[in-house]
Ligand binder design. Structure first.
Ligand SMILES: *Cc1c(COP(=O)(O)O)cnc(C)c1O
Length: 423
């Protein structure tokens, strides 16, 4: 075994982990394509793309070459008063790719911070327009927007950390996703009642990820955008998970022909290689910050914003969306996930199977032994990490049909074993 694992673990604090009882994490030594190589020599087929980032698989030579070339010339430079080509090119490309006039790009280093910046933009937008009372944010049940204080307050109150940090978080307004006529009327009434206090509505378009892989249709998304427009409320699309092809289009908003006022992107932005996020604003949002008063400017600036290595990786990642058939691959994954996960529906302890793009989710009921399920998946040679009530697959888009069958087969097998042990 590795000589660093046990002594190193004595000093590591892992995420979302009860360090007293959690099983020892697996030691990874390298990654290639859709496979993770472990220190003990085993290989796991990755079913979740390192928290949904590694859309081109690991160690894609094109991204590696771009990062190496950037490392040799300009790894990083502060981004105030100075700019560099990788960031400028990336901003131009994102503006061209994104729908409508979403064309002003603010860089940060993580999804949570991208959402924080979106919130600042939305609140200050109204303030700059003389409507300082519009400060509240509306979010949806099952939503997830990050782990920082402002973003925690926008996560599902039952699944999120609301109870833990009650009293320390800003008070925001939760709504139900308006998936039918009654809910649409209720949502409309909510915006109508509080319009003078609401700066923005934030939504994960089409798929709510960390809140349990809940899916809604394009019509629901379009109705949210419509209501926002009618009530003079900004719409923030959190496409940190859905962006860059995951739902079948480059951006999930496209499926509903929705152009949000602000969009947040991260996760697959660099193809899973380096941390980078962006908050992109439409022209009218940006223009509300233009004034002779310095106080009207956006007051935010992470130290490592627009890191040049990360921007180079993101540019290379965007190249791959044109030089390789990513969206075609996503469509094939969608069809295969739908076929191969469908039998899970018949298993005891399964309440739903949902597929959208390269996302497949099986929802469970009854007592769920997450550590036990995770251990079984690793024993079967796959890296699948269920959370809450869902076992889900979000493989790299480059996965071939055989490896994908390995993943879906493992899900079916592990859930069949679980069904047999249920009372
Ligand atoms: C992961 C995620 C975030 C938070 O991103 P971090 O980089 O983990 O801070 C926010 N919103 C959505 C939809 C996400 O999936």
């Amino acid at each position: 075994m590795s000589d660093w694992l046990t002594p190193g673990l004595a000093h590591l604090w892992l995420p979302y982990t009860q360090m007293k009882t959690a099983p020892t994490p697996l030691a990874v030594v390298s990654s290639q394509g859709v496979r993770l190589k472990l220190a003990d020599g085993r290989e796991l087929v990755d079913g979740i793309s390192s928290w949904w980032t590694a859309c081109h698989g690991y160690s894609h030579p094109h991204i590696r070459a771009a990062v190496e070339a950037q490392l040799a010339t300009l790894p990083h430079v502060m981004f105030a008063g100075l700019v560099h080509e990788p960031a400028a090119r990336l901003a131009m490309r994102l503006a061209a790719l994104l729908p409508g006039d979403l064309d002003r790009v603010f860089f940060t280093e993580s999804g949570s911070v991208a959402v924080e910046v979106a919130l600042k933009m939305a609140i200050q937008y109204w303030r700059n327009k003389g409507r300082a009372g519009k400060q509240r944010i509306v979010y949806f049940r099952h939503g997830y927007h990050g782990d920082t204080f402002a973003t925690m307050a926008l996560c599902d109150p039952e699944e999120g950390m609301h109870t833990l940090f009650a009293g320390s978080m800003p008070d925001q307004i939760m709504a139900e996703l308006p998936t039918d006529e009654n809910l649409r009327r209720a949502f409309d009434l909510l915006l109508d009642t509080h319009a003078e206090r609401i700066a923005a509505v934030i939504v994960e378009p089409l798929v709510q990820g960390a809140g349990g892989m809940q899916m809604h249709d394009a019509e629901t998304l379009a109705s949210i955008a419509e209501a926002c427009r009618r009530h003079e409320v900004l719409l923030i699309a959190d496409e940190i998970m859905t962006g860059f092809g995951r739902t079948g289009r480059m951006f999930a908003c496209e499926e509903a022909n929705v152009v949000p006022d602000i969009i947040c992107l991260s996760k697959a932005l660099t193809g899973g290689t380096l941390p980078l996020a962006t908050t992109v604003a439409r022209r009218h949002v940006f223009e509300a910050f233009l004034a002779d008063d310095p106080g009207a400017a956006l007051m935010h600036g992470p130290t490592y914003m627009a890191n040049a290595l990360a921007c180079a990786a993101a540019n290379a990642s965007l190249d791959l969306f044109t030089s390789e058939p990513r969206l075609v691959q996503v469509a094939a994954i969608e069809a295969q996930l739908a076929t191969e996960l469908a039998p899970c529906r018949e298993l005891q302890g399964v309440t739903d199977v949902r597929v959208k793009g390269a996302i497949g989710a099986v929802e469970l009921c009854g007592k769920i032994d997450l550590d036990g399920l995770r251990r079984r998946f690793a024993e079967l040679g796959v890296w699948v990490r269920p959370f809450g009530k869902v076992v889900y697959l979000m493989p790299p888009f480059v996965i071939d049909a055989d490896d994908l069958s390995l993943l879906t087969g493992a899900v079916y097998r592990v859930l069949t074993e679980r069904a047999a042990s249920l009372p």
